[in-house]
Design a protein around this ligand. Structure first.
Ligand code: GFB
Length: 311
Protein backbone atom coordinates (compact mmCIF):
# COMPACT_ATOMS: atom_id res chain seq x y z
CA UNK A 1 0.00 0.00 0.00
CA UNK A 2 1.31 3.40 -1.08
CA UNK A 3 1.56 5.84 1.89
CA UNK A 4 -0.75 8.20 -0.01
CA UNK A 5 -3.25 5.52 -1.01
CA UNK A 6 -6.88 6.31 -0.21
CA UNK A 7 -7.74 3.81 2.55
CA UNK A 8 -11.29 3.49 3.87
CA UNK A 9 -11.67 2.01 7.36
CA UNK A 10 -15.33 1.01 7.78
CA UNK A 11 -16.20 0.99 11.49
CA UNK A 12 -13.32 3.29 12.48
CA UNK A 13 -14.79 4.12 15.91
CA UNK A 14 -15.16 0.50 17.04
CA UNK A 15 -12.66 -1.70 18.89
CA UNK A 16 -11.12 -3.10 15.69
CA UNK A 17 -11.56 -0.11 13.38
CA UNK A 18 -9.93 2.33 15.81
CA UNK A 19 -6.97 -0.03 16.25
CA UNK A 20 -6.58 -0.34 12.47
CA UNK A 21 -6.59 3.47 12.19
CA UNK A 22 -3.91 3.69 14.90
CA UNK A 23 -1.77 1.13 13.07
CA UNK A 24 -2.20 2.87 9.70
CA UNK A 25 -1.33 6.29 11.13
CA UNK A 26 1.70 4.81 12.91
CA UNK A 27 2.70 3.23 9.59
CA UNK A 28 2.71 6.63 7.84
CA UNK A 29 -0.50 6.21 5.84
CA UNK A 30 -1.81 9.71 5.54
CA UNK A 31 -4.89 9.39 3.36
CA UNK A 32 -7.38 7.62 5.62
CA UNK A 33 -11.09 7.94 4.86
CA UNK A 34 -13.64 7.43 7.63
CA UNK A 35 -17.37 8.08 8.09
CA UNK A 36 -19.35 7.95 11.32
CA UNK A 37 -22.60 5.97 11.47
CA UNK A 38 -24.49 9.29 11.41
CA UNK A 39 -22.63 10.34 8.24
CA UNK A 40 -23.01 7.02 6.43
CA UNK A 41 -25.51 4.25 7.25
CA UNK A 42 -23.81 1.14 5.87
CA UNK A 43 -27.12 -0.76 5.85
CA UNK A 44 -28.36 1.70 3.17
CA UNK A 45 -27.22 0.42 -0.24
CA UNK A 46 -27.82 3.65 -2.13
CA UNK A 47 -25.88 5.68 0.45
CA UNK A 48 -22.97 3.22 0.36
CA UNK A 49 -22.85 3.27 -3.44
CA UNK A 50 -22.90 7.07 -3.48
CA UNK A 51 -20.06 7.17 -0.93
CA UNK A 52 -17.90 4.76 -2.92
CA UNK A 53 -18.57 6.60 -6.21
CA UNK A 54 -17.58 9.88 -4.55
CA UNK A 55 -14.46 8.67 -2.67
CA UNK A 56 -13.31 5.63 -4.69
CA UNK A 57 -11.07 4.20 -1.93
CA UNK A 58 -8.18 2.05 -3.15
CA UNK A 59 -8.11 -0.15 -0.04
CA UNK A 60 -10.95 -1.05 2.33
CA UNK A 61 -10.73 -2.53 5.84
CA UNK A 62 -14.25 -3.78 6.55
CA UNK A 63 -14.32 -3.65 10.35
CA UNK A 64 -17.88 -2.33 10.62
CA UNK A 65 -20.38 -4.86 11.99
CA UNK A 66 -23.07 -5.34 14.56
CA UNK A 67 -21.15 -7.16 17.29
CA UNK A 68 -21.70 -8.19 20.89
CA UNK A 69 -21.18 -10.81 23.52
CA UNK A 70 -23.04 -14.03 24.12
CA UNK A 71 -26.17 -12.41 25.63
CA UNK A 72 -26.53 -9.78 22.88
CA UNK A 73 -26.17 -12.43 20.18
CA UNK A 74 -28.62 -14.77 21.88
CA UNK A 75 -31.33 -12.16 22.47
CA UNK A 76 -31.14 -10.03 19.29
CA UNK A 77 -30.81 -12.55 16.41
CA UNK A 78 -32.71 -10.49 13.82
CA UNK A 79 -30.47 -7.43 14.28
CA UNK A 80 -27.31 -9.53 14.15
CA UNK A 81 -28.16 -11.37 10.95
CA UNK A 82 -29.87 -8.47 9.15
CA UNK A 83 -27.40 -5.68 9.90
CA UNK A 84 -24.30 -7.76 9.24
CA UNK A 85 -25.65 -9.13 5.95
CA UNK A 86 -26.60 -5.61 4.82
CA UNK A 87 -23.34 -3.93 5.88
CA UNK A 88 -21.02 -6.48 4.31
CA UNK A 89 -23.06 -6.94 1.13
CA UNK A 90 -23.28 -3.20 0.51
CA UNK A 91 -19.59 -2.52 1.15
CA UNK A 92 -18.14 -5.51 -0.72
CA UNK A 93 -20.37 -4.89 -3.77
CA UNK A 94 -19.80 -1.12 -3.88
CA UNK A 95 -16.04 -1.60 -3.45
CA UNK A 96 -15.96 -3.95 -6.42
CA UNK A 97 -18.21 -1.67 -8.54
CA UNK A 98 -16.00 1.38 -7.98
CA UNK A 99 -12.62 -0.24 -8.52
CA UNK A 100 -11.27 -0.77 -5.00
CA UNK A 101 -7.93 -2.56 -5.40
CA UNK A 102 -8.19 -4.71 -2.28
CA UNK A 103 -10.65 -5.29 0.55
CA UNK A 104 -10.08 -7.07 3.87
CA UNK A 105 -13.20 -8.61 5.41
CA UNK A 106 -13.22 -9.38 9.14
CA UNK A 107 -15.09 -12.46 10.36
CA UNK A 108 -14.90 -14.16 13.73
CA UNK A 109 -13.93 -17.45 15.35
CA UNK A 110 -17.63 -18.11 16.04
CA UNK A 111 -18.10 -19.11 12.38
CA UNK A 112 -16.70 -22.57 13.20
CA UNK A 113 -18.78 -25.56 14.40
CA UNK A 114 -19.58 -25.70 18.12
CA UNK A 115 -17.66 -28.96 18.55
CA UNK A 116 -14.92 -28.50 15.98
CA UNK A 117 -11.67 -30.37 16.76
CA UNK A 118 -9.27 -28.06 18.63
CA UNK A 119 -7.25 -26.15 17.64
CA UNK A 120 -9.63 -25.14 14.85
CA UNK A 121 -8.22 -25.20 11.32
CA UNK A 122 -9.68 -22.97 8.61
CA UNK A 123 -10.84 -26.03 6.67
CA UNK A 124 -13.21 -27.04 9.51
CA UNK A 125 -15.61 -24.29 8.33
CA UNK A 126 -19.13 -25.68 7.67
CA UNK A 127 -18.14 -29.14 8.91
CA UNK A 128 -20.75 -29.25 11.69
CA UNK A 129 -23.55 -27.43 13.53
CA UNK A 130 -22.91 -23.95 14.86
CA UNK A 131 -23.11 -22.66 18.45
CA UNK A 132 -26.84 -21.74 18.92
CA UNK A 133 -26.19 -18.55 20.92
CA UNK A 134 -24.46 -16.89 17.96
CA UNK A 135 -25.44 -18.83 14.86
CA UNK A 136 -27.17 -15.74 13.44
CA UNK A 137 -23.98 -13.69 13.49
CA UNK A 138 -21.97 -16.71 12.36
CA UNK A 139 -24.21 -17.37 9.32
CA UNK A 140 -23.95 -13.70 8.34
CA UNK A 141 -20.16 -13.78 8.59
CA UNK A 142 -19.97 -17.05 6.65
CA UNK A 143 -22.07 -15.40 3.92
CA UNK A 144 -19.56 -12.53 3.88
CA UNK A 145 -16.70 -14.99 3.40
CA UNK A 146 -18.53 -16.72 0.56
CA UNK A 147 -19.30 -13.35 -1.05
CA UNK A 148 -15.61 -12.37 -0.98
CA UNK A 149 -14.65 -15.73 -2.49
CA UNK A 150 -17.38 -15.51 -5.17
CA UNK A 151 -16.34 -11.96 -6.18
CA UNK A 152 -12.75 -13.16 -6.48
CA UNK A 153 -13.78 -16.09 -8.65
CA UNK A 154 -16.26 -14.31 -10.93
CA UNK A 155 -14.79 -10.81 -11.07
CA UNK A 156 -11.17 -11.25 -9.96
CA UNK A 157 -11.87 -8.91 -7.03
CA UNK A 158 -9.01 -9.04 -4.50
CA UNK A 159 -11.02 -9.57 -1.31
CA UNK A 160 -9.30 -11.38 1.59
CA UNK A 161 -10.84 -12.72 4.82
CA UNK A 162 -9.34 -12.66 8.32
CA UNK A 163 -10.94 -14.69 11.14
CA UNK A 164 -9.89 -13.24 14.52
CA UNK A 165 -10.39 -14.99 17.84
CA UNK A 166 -11.98 -13.18 20.82
CA UNK A 167 -10.59 -9.64 20.96
CA UNK A 168 -9.98 -7.11 23.72
CA UNK A 169 -8.21 -3.80 24.24
CA UNK A 170 -8.70 -0.02 24.42
CA UNK A 171 -11.96 1.30 22.99
CA UNK A 172 -13.86 -1.88 23.83
CA UNK A 173 -17.56 -1.96 24.73
CA UNK A 174 -17.95 -2.09 28.53
CA UNK A 175 -21.75 -2.27 28.67
CA UNK A 176 -22.55 -5.17 30.97
CA UNK A 177 -25.44 -6.52 28.84
CA UNK A 178 -23.93 -6.33 25.34
CA UNK A 179 -20.17 -6.65 25.89
CA UNK A 180 -17.79 -9.58 25.67
CA UNK A 181 -16.45 -11.32 28.74
CA UNK A 182 -13.09 -9.61 29.17
CA UNK A 183 -14.28 -5.97 29.26
CA UNK A 184 -17.37 -7.01 31.26
CA UNK A 185 -15.21 -8.57 33.98
CA UNK A 186 -12.86 -5.59 34.07
CA UNK A 187 -15.85 -3.34 34.75
CA UNK A 188 -17.43 -5.74 37.27
CA UNK A 189 -14.25 -6.18 39.29
CA UNK A 190 -13.47 -2.45 39.18
CA UNK A 191 -16.98 -1.48 40.33
CA UNK A 192 -16.90 -4.11 43.08
CA UNK A 193 -13.55 -2.80 44.30
CA UNK A 194 -14.82 0.78 44.29
CA UNK A 195 -18.08 -0.10 46.06
CA UNK A 196 -16.64 -2.68 48.47
CA UNK A 197 -19.05 -5.32 47.14
CA UNK A 198 -18.41 -8.72 48.78
CA UNK A 199 -18.43 -10.66 45.49
CA UNK A 200 -18.36 -10.45 41.69
CA UNK A 201 -20.69 -12.58 39.55
CA UNK A 202 -19.21 -14.35 36.54
CA UNK A 203 -21.67 -15.82 34.01
CA UNK A 204 -21.80 -19.55 33.32
CA UNK A 205 -19.74 -22.30 34.93
CA UNK A 206 -16.33 -20.71 34.35
CA UNK A 207 -15.21 -23.87 32.53
CA UNK A 208 -15.47 -22.73 28.87
CA UNK A 209 -12.10 -21.85 27.37
CA UNK A 210 -11.41 -18.78 25.24
CA UNK A 211 -8.45 -17.43 23.31
CA UNK A 212 -7.84 -13.69 23.65
CA UNK A 213 -5.99 -11.54 21.12
CA UNK A 214 -5.17 -7.90 21.83
CA UNK A 215 -6.79 -5.67 19.22
CA UNK A 216 -3.47 -3.94 18.41
CA UNK A 217 -2.08 -7.35 17.45
CA UNK A 218 -5.13 -7.90 15.23
CA UNK A 219 -4.66 -4.50 13.58
CA UNK A 220 -1.03 -5.39 12.91
CA UNK A 221 -2.16 -8.68 11.35
CA UNK A 222 -4.73 -6.86 9.16
CA UNK A 223 -2.07 -4.53 7.74
CA UNK A 224 0.25 -7.50 7.27
CA UNK A 225 -2.39 -9.49 5.36
CA UNK A 226 -3.42 -6.47 3.25
CA UNK A 227 0.20 -6.15 2.15
CA UNK A 228 1.25 -9.79 1.88
CA UNK A 229 -1.77 -12.06 1.35
CA UNK A 230 -4.06 -12.34 -1.68
CA UNK A 231 -5.54 -15.83 -1.41
CA UNK A 232 -9.13 -17.01 -1.53
CA UNK A 233 -8.85 -19.01 1.70
CA UNK A 234 -9.74 -17.51 5.08
CA UNK A 235 -6.90 -16.88 7.56
CA UNK A 236 -7.23 -17.41 11.34
CA UNK A 237 -5.70 -14.71 13.54
CA UNK A 238 -4.99 -15.66 17.15
CA UNK A 239 -2.37 -16.26 19.83
CA UNK A 240 -2.42 -20.08 19.75
CA UNK A 241 -3.35 -20.63 23.41
CA UNK A 242 -6.47 -20.32 25.54
CA UNK A 243 -7.56 -20.13 29.17
CA UNK A 244 -10.75 -20.93 31.08
CA UNK A 245 -13.20 -18.20 31.99
CA UNK A 246 -12.43 -18.99 35.64
CA UNK A 247 -8.69 -18.43 35.04
CA UNK A 248 -9.48 -15.22 33.13
CA UNK A 249 -11.58 -13.97 36.04
CA UNK A 250 -8.64 -14.61 38.40
CA UNK A 251 -6.23 -12.73 36.07
CA UNK A 252 -8.59 -9.75 35.95
CA UNK A 253 -9.33 -9.88 39.69
CA UNK A 254 -5.58 -9.60 40.34
CA UNK A 255 -5.04 -6.88 37.71
CA UNK A 256 -7.85 -4.78 39.23
CA UNK A 257 -6.77 -5.54 42.81
CA UNK A 258 -10.15 -6.84 43.99
CA UNK A 259 -10.00 -8.98 47.14
CA UNK A 260 -13.62 -10.18 47.41
CA UNK A 261 -15.17 -13.45 46.24
CA UNK A 262 -15.99 -14.68 42.72
CA UNK A 263 -19.34 -16.44 42.25
CA UNK A 264 -20.61 -18.20 39.10
CA UNK A 265 -24.16 -17.64 37.79
CA UNK A 266 -24.95 -20.89 36.00
CA UNK A 267 -28.33 -19.56 34.83
CA UNK A 268 -26.31 -17.70 32.16
CA UNK A 269 -25.14 -19.60 29.03
CA UNK A 270 -21.62 -20.98 28.66
CA UNK A 271 -21.77 -20.90 24.84
CA UNK A 272 -19.12 -22.75 22.85
CA UNK A 273 -17.06 -24.95 25.21
CA UNK A 274 -13.83 -23.99 23.42
CA UNK A 275 -12.75 -22.12 20.25
CA UNK A 276 -8.96 -22.16 20.07
CA UNK A 277 -7.81 -21.25 16.57
CA UNK A 278 -5.06 -23.05 14.70
CA UNK A 279 -2.73 -20.21 13.66
CA UNK A 280 -0.36 -22.27 11.52
CA UNK A 281 -1.46 -20.58 8.29
CA UNK A 282 -0.75 -17.00 9.41
CA UNK A 283 2.48 -18.10 11.14
CA UNK A 284 3.60 -19.66 7.84
CA UNK A 285 2.87 -16.31 6.15
CA UNK A 286 5.27 -14.69 8.63
CA UNK A 287 3.03 -13.08 11.28
CA UNK A 288 2.78 -13.77 15.01
CA UNK A 289 0.92 -12.11 17.88
CA UNK A 290 3.16 -10.27 20.33
CA UNK A 291 1.10 -8.91 23.26
CA UNK A 292 0.96 -11.34 26.25
CA UNK A 293 -2.50 -11.62 27.86
CA UNK A 294 -1.50 -10.57 31.39
CA UNK A 295 0.24 -7.47 30.02
CA UNK A 296 -2.67 -6.69 27.70
CA UNK A 297 -5.17 -7.02 30.55
CA UNK A 298 -3.15 -4.71 32.79
CA UNK A 299 -2.98 -2.07 30.05
CA UNK A 300 -6.71 -2.40 29.30
CA UNK A 301 -7.62 -2.08 33.00
CA UNK A 302 -5.47 1.06 33.19
CA UNK A 303 -7.05 2.54 30.04
CA UNK A 304 -10.53 1.75 31.38
CA UNK A 305 -9.88 3.40 34.76
CA UNK A 306 -8.32 6.43 33.03
CA UNK A 307 -11.36 6.72 30.76
CA UNK A 308 -13.64 6.83 33.80
CA UNK A 309 -11.53 9.55 35.38
CA UNK A 310 -11.57 11.51 32.09
CA UNK A 311 -15.38 11.16 31.85
O1 GFB B 1 -17.21 -13.10 25.47
P1 GFB B 1 -18.54 -13.76 25.43
O2 GFB B 1 -19.75 -12.93 25.66
O3 GFB B 1 -18.72 -14.41 23.98
O4 GFB B 1 -18.60 -14.98 26.48
P2 GFB B 1 -18.37 -15.81 23.33
C1 GFB B 1 -17.49 -15.82 26.65
C2 GFB B 1 -17.73 -16.68 27.88
O5 GFB B 1 -17.58 -15.82 29.02
C3 GFB B 1 -19.13 -17.30 27.98
C4 GFB B 1 -18.65 -16.06 29.92
O6 GFB B 1 -18.99 -18.61 28.49
C5 GFB B 1 -19.82 -16.39 29.00
O7 GFB B 1 -20.82 -17.07 29.75
N1 GFB B 1 -18.88 -14.89 30.77
C6 GFB B 1 -18.68 -14.86 32.11
C7 GFB B 1 -19.31 -13.68 30.39
N2 GFB B 1 -19.02 -13.66 32.62
C8 GFB B 1 -19.41 -12.90 31.55
C9 GFB B 1 -19.87 -11.56 31.47
O8 GFB B 1 -20.00 -10.82 32.46
N3 GFB B 1 -20.16 -11.10 30.21
C10 GFB B 1 -20.03 -11.89 29.09
N4 GFB B 1 -20.32 -11.36 27.89
N5 GFB B 1 -19.61 -13.19 29.15
C11 GFB B 1 -18.96 -14.43 21.20
C12 GFB B 1 -20.00 -14.48 20.11
O9 GFB B 1 -19.09 -15.64 21.93
O10 GFB B 1 -17.64 -14.40 20.68
C13 GFB B 1 -19.81 -13.32 19.18
O11 GFB B 1 -21.30 -14.47 20.70
C14 GFB B 1 -18.37 -13.21 18.72
O12 GFB B 1 -20.64 -13.52 18.06
C15 GFB B 1 -17.43 -13.24 19.88
O13 GFB B 1 -18.08 -14.27 17.87
C16 GFB B 1 -15.99 -13.22 19.41
O14 GFB B 1 -16.91 -15.94 23.14
O15 GFB B 1 -19.08 -16.93 24.02
Amino acid sequence: MNPNARIYVAGHRGLVGSAICRALEAGGYRNLVTRTHAELDLTDQAAVRAFFEEVRPEYVFLAAARVGGILANDTRPAEFIRDNLLIQTNVIDAAHRTGTRKLLFLGSSCIYPKHAPQPIKEEYLLSGPLEPTNEWYAVAKIAGIKMCQAYRRQYGFDAICAMPTNLYGPGDNFDLETSHVLPALIRKFHEAKESGAPSVTVWGTGTPRREFLHVDDLADACLFLMQHYEGEEIVNVGVGEDISIGELAELIRQAVGYTGAVVFDTTKPDGTPRKLLDVGRIHALGWRARIPLAEGIRATVEAYVDSLAAA
